[in-house]
Design a protein around this ligand. Structure first.
Ligand SMILES: Nc1c(NC[C@H](O)[C@H](O)[C@H](O)CO)[nH]c(=O)[nH]c1=O
Ligand SMILES: CC(=O)[C@@H](O)COP(=O)(O)O
Length: 140
């Protein structure tokens, strides 16, 4: 049974609750344990994962959040840099799934976050579990 840490950005709480529901259900369906920590926004997610990884307490990580385009360049910054941070952690050898949505509007986010629709939280958890399987296979 693996210990999986979900790191979620609370920026849009109602949308994140849906992502969390899907991620937790996927982890439980795979027979693993999970904990959740919360950070303010998507930009804090990679740093929080890095801090948690240093403890050695977790086998895999799930990054969750929602970035919705506004009026300024801030969207690109938050969307791209959070993804870059998660990818850097992956290349460093962490088993991590990226469930940070980057969307144009709330309707797109809802469709992707709902567990009974696109279930991107569940997808991210399943990706983390798949990467953990590869780590174990290759001795990482
Ligand atoms: N605009 C969104 C943000 N912005 C906040 C940043 O992520 C960060 O918390 C702040 O700049 C302080 O460091 N975060 C989201 O998760 N989603 C957004 O749409
Ligand atoms: C991530 C965003 O684009 C958004 O929350 C910020 O909106 P704005 O660009 O209108 O300040």
């Amino acid at each position: 049974m693996a210990r999986i840490l979900i790191v979620e950005a609370r920026f849009y709480a109602h949308l994140n609750d849906l992502l969390l529901e899907g991620a937790r259900a996927a982890i439980e369906a795979a027979g693993h344990r999970h904990e959740t920590i919360t950070v303010p926004g998507a930009l804090e997610v990679p740093g929080a994962v890095a801090l948690a990884a240093e403890t050695g307490r977790y086998d895999a990580f799930v990054a969750l959040g929602v970035v919705i385009r506004g009026e300024t360049y801030h969207f690109e910054l938050v969307a791209n840099e959070s993804a870059r941070g998660v990818m850097a952690l992956s290349l460093d050898g962490l088993a991590i799934g990226n469930g940070i949505l980057t969307v144009e509007n709330e309707a797109q986010a809802l469709a992707r976050a709902r567990p009974d629709d696109k279930d991107k939280g569940g997808d991210a958890a399943r990706a983390a579990i798949a990467m953990l399987g590869l780590k174990e296979r290759f001795g990482g």
